[in-house]
Design a protein around this ligand. Structure first.
Ligand code: GAL
Length: 375
């Protein structure tokens, strides 16, 4: 079954925009294997907007731009599949894609058939140039039905930025993930804003239909299509931790052919990825710090009885944070405490009762796995 846990992979948009090609995508597939991203769980390689010609063919089918993709999409899919990976593409619910290429409106079924004939495994579906008079939920229902009947398992990644109260209808429509926020940029303000936009949306996310807080900017360092500033490694670590706890898809957006050790350590932190991929798919809830509105704890309930606990400082000055275990359902009267393991330092910290207090530098975080134990 597809979509049981948040998808993990890479998407071309954040760094490359319209500058995409067959060689780039093949290179990314090679790096997935060579740099152990595949081993860490990354699977889908997705080509975003700007891959097609501006006109359909005489039978109404989408045609790849042969300058960018001279061997065609089936050959590219074969290459990606030969590495044990999956292949994703992009279209749009409107008459044109956001960058002005043909959209799938009134071509949903023929496009789904075309994607299936190229052995595509994932379709990102945007929301630009939406036709007047047709509600968004109908547009997504159309493509969901087309994909579900094209003869191939294709993960349906809806991208309408949380517009039109999509949390009310996306799951029922058949999408596997849906963008619940606007577009990300490679800077701290954007990461913080998207995380805050996602607050209190945890009830809309779960297995087979996850909230999607947009693709990762880890490792972009201010280079590429959505760069606009860049971040520090500490900020990328905070970003990755938040996305993991929010059960967002983990779709890398940087040029991983040039990935440095710091970005690789962030993107392949197995203990953090395990939290994101927990099979019950319960997105973290949040507990604000009562005396510091910049600090927040994120608590994610895990399948085996453990909890993931993230402490975040969104502010620009250092802050002290305290989590009262009572707030996550553990009263002192129970006689139980929490044994904590730091998932960035990979260290066991021992057992704590009642509360845990720590200091956090600006824009930084700490993430623990907690076991409920008798001290
Ligand atoms: C936006 C979408 C981006 C990217 C872009 C392509 O609407 O949110 O993630 O796909 O379109 O034009």
């Amino acid at each position: 079954m597809i979509g049981k846990t948040p998808p993990m992979g890479w998407n071309s948009w954040n760094t490359f925009g319209w500058e995409i090609s067959e060689d780039l995508i093949k290179g990314i597939a090679d790096v997935f294997v060579e740099q152990n991203l595949k081993a860490a769980g990354y699977e889908y390689i997705v080509i975003d907007d700007c891959w097609s010609k501006k006109q359909r063919d005489s039978k109404g089918r989408l045609v790849p731009d042969e300058e960018k993709f001279p061997s065609g999409m089936k050959a590219l899919a074969d290459y990606i599949h030969s590495k044990g990976l999956k292949f994703g593409m992009y279209s749009c619910a409107g008459t044109m894609t956001c960058a002005g290429y043909p959209g799938s409106f009134e071509h949903e079924f023929i496009d789904a058939e075309t994607f299936a004939s190229w052995d595509v495994d994932y379709l990102k579906y945007d929301y630009c140039y939406k036709p007047d008079g047709i509600p968004g939920h109908i547009l997504y229902k159309r493509m969901a039905m087309a994909l579900r009947n094209c003869g191939r398992d294709i993960l349906f990644s809806a991208c309408n930025w949380g517009n039109d109260e999509s949390f009310n209808w996306m799951r029922a429509s058949g999408a596997h993930i849906f963008r619940s926020t606007g577009d990300i940029q490679d800077n701290w303000e954007s990461i913080k804003n998207l995380a805050l936009q996602q607050l209190n949306k945890e009830c809309y996310s779960g297995p087979y239909c996850y909230n999607d807080v947009d693709m990762l900017v880890v490792g972009m360092y201010g280079k590429g299509n959505v760069a606009l500033g860049g971040c520090t490694d500490e900020e990328y670590k905070t970003h990755f931790s938040l996305w993991a706890l929010m059960d967002s898809p983990l779709m890398i957006g940087s040029d991983i052919r040039k990935m440095n050790e710091a970005s690789k350590n962030i993107l392949t932190n197995k203990e953090i990825i395990e939290i994101n991929q927990d099979i019950e798919g319960r997105q973290a809830y949040t507990i604000p710090q009562w005396n510091n509105s910049n600090c927040m704890a994120y608590i994610k309930t895990l399948t085996n009885g453990d909890y993931a606990i993230g402490f975040f400082n969104f502010g620009d000055t250092s802050g002290e944070m305290s989590l009262q275990f009572w707030d996550m359902g553990l009263p002192t009267s129970s006689g139980f405490g929490l044994s904590l393991r730091d998932l960035w330092k990979h260290e066991d910290l021992g057992t704590f009762t009642e509360s845990y207090t720590l200091k956090l530098e600006p824009h930084s975080c700490a993430v623990f796995r907690a076991k409920v134990v008798k001290p």
